[in-house]
Design a protein around this ligand. Structure first.
Ligand code: SIN
Ligand code: MN
Length: 224
């Protein structure tokens, strides 16, 4: 008899089977992270909580979320990356943790097998009143953007209405509900589509409510 639990090599295949294409190059993976992985991501928030800050846009208004960066600092007021924090509680930027790099590679390897070298992470914390306006992720290098190197997102805590549109701000949008543990991957032809967060929904993730106060964490992993 074969040992009953000797191999989990089929698990990635199962996860691939569950991906839903929203646009060419944009894929939703409901329930990609198991509960232990979600707790590990929550731990990044808990251990770096005092380093989170509210980014300020060029026009002076504050964003409706709090942020922490890994690998490079993303500065909201000029949409550029820096090797040190600008207007942050802590100017030191920690490297992208290996676990985030690994999870991003696993989430993207079926549709984007040629891209593995993720080196940046932006963590957003949304209270239940949080929002994120429609925008494109276009601060990365020209090489990254031209190659279509994907952005991989992981969500923890309360669900959210994720909205994805087209290459122009006013293009029609599709709404996708992102629940705790979901991954969303957008690269290739979808890399520069507008997207944003319309509304944080009532939490269906009781294990995380105490820590996130009914709010939501989102990790976006990219390559500079
Ligand atoms: C982002 O576009 O930077 C974050 C998206 C999300 O919170 O799901
Ligand atoms: Mn974005």
């Amino acid at each position: 008899l074969h040992p009953p639990f000797s191999s989990r090599s089929f698990s990635l295949f199962e996860e691939i089977m569950e991906s839903i294409q929203i646009f060419p190059g944009a894929f939703h993976y409901p329930g990609f992270l198991n509960i232990e992985q979600q707790e590990q991501l929550l731990d990044y928030y808990l251990s770096y909580q005092s380093d989170f800050y509210t980014p300020q846009l060029k026009n002076g208004s504050l964003m409706n979320l709090q942020t922490l960066c890994f690998g490079r600092h993303w500065n909201a007021s000029d949409n550029r990356y820096y090797s040190f924090g600008v207007n942050t509680p802590n100017s030191k930027i920690n490297p992208l943790p290996d676990l985030l790099q690994l999870l991003a590679t696993q989430a993207s390897e079926f549709h984007f097998p040629q891209f593995t070298n993720f080196d940046l992470g932006i963590v957003n914390y949304y209270t239940k009143y949080g929002r994120l306006g429609m925008h494109r992720d276009n601060a990365e290098t020209e090489e990254t953007l031209l190659s279509g190197h994907p952005v991989v997102s992981f969500s923890i805590g309360a669900a959210a209405e994720f909205r994805m549109g087209g290459k122009n701000y006013n293009d029609p949008v599709k709404n996708v509900i992102l629940n705790s543990g979901d991954a969303f991957v957008f690269g290739g032809a979808a890399r520069l589509r507008y997207h944003g967060i319309g509304k944080i929904l009532k939490s269906k993730s009781p294990p995380f409510d105490n820590f996130l106060h009914g709010g939501r964490l989102n990790f976006t992993i990219r390559k500079l």
